[in-house]
Design a protein around this ligand. Structure first.
Ligand code: SF4
Ligand code: SF4
Length: 193
């Protein structure tokens, strides 16, 4: 799975107008504290108001779309409604590959019922590459995630698209019915608005 953890960015690929990660994630760094699920206080005019003197983490972290050539342009998070990230946790022990690809839904549910998403996940399942489906939590909380391979394997094996959609929808319902852990900060309180 070396290709999936390559640290190099895809040549010629830029974030463009996407700012998904500047909204989605909590940040708890010496030079930036922001809550989960709200736009960073430095977002301005559709981009980072601090760039190029932005916080260290912002120059070092990139989503899976910036790193994986096999994800085409339609997978840019503001187009796809899905933020792809690497995640080494939440994978059962009998799936030796790490990290998993985590698909965080930021758009409407329907983006998960497309050929683009289901076909990509089917390829991962066939290759026993772990896949996690995740949703953001309410503002100020961590999101929730679920290991998808085991649930969806039988449907993928039959190439039963209808059943794959049912499994994804069921997984979303389970995630939404769970608890969400509040984010605690160690570098000061995040701005409230
Ligand atoms: S989510 Fe990815 S493409 Fe969008 S701004 Fe962040 S790193 Fe760039
Ligand atoms: S400082 Fe800039 S790049 Fe970093 S999260 Fe805020 S807006 Fe995004």
């Amino acid at each position: 799975m070396a290709g999936l953890v390559a640290s190099n960015l895809v040549a010629g690929r830029t974030c463009g107008t996407c700012t998904a990660c500047c909204v989605l994630f909590p940040i708890d760094q010496p030079d930036l504290v922001k809550p989960a699920g709200v736009a960073c206080q430095h977002l301005a005019g559709g981009g980072c108001g601090l760039y190029p003197a932005w916080p260290k983490v912002c120059g070092e972290w990139f989503c899976g779309w910036r790193r994986l050539p096999r994800l085409g342009d339609e997978w840019r998070p503001d187009r796809s409604g899905i933020v792809v990230v690497f995640d080494a946790e939440g994978v059962p022990a009998d799936y030796p590959e790490r990290p998993a690809l985590k698909f965080i839904l930021t758009g409407p549910d329907q983006v998960l019922y497309t050929q683009a998403f289901l076909g990509y996940v089917a390829g991962l399942v066939d290759a026993r590459v772990p896949a996690l489906l995740a949703i953001p939590g309410p503002v100020g909380t961590f999101g929730a995630k679920s290991f998808l391979n085991r649930r969806i394997e039988p449907a993928v094996a039959r190439r039963d698209v209808g059943e794959m959609i049912r499994v994804v929808a069921e997984t979303l319902a389970i995630l939404r019915g769970g608890a969400f852990e509040a984010v605690a900060f160690t570098h000061g309180a995040p701005p409230t608005g």
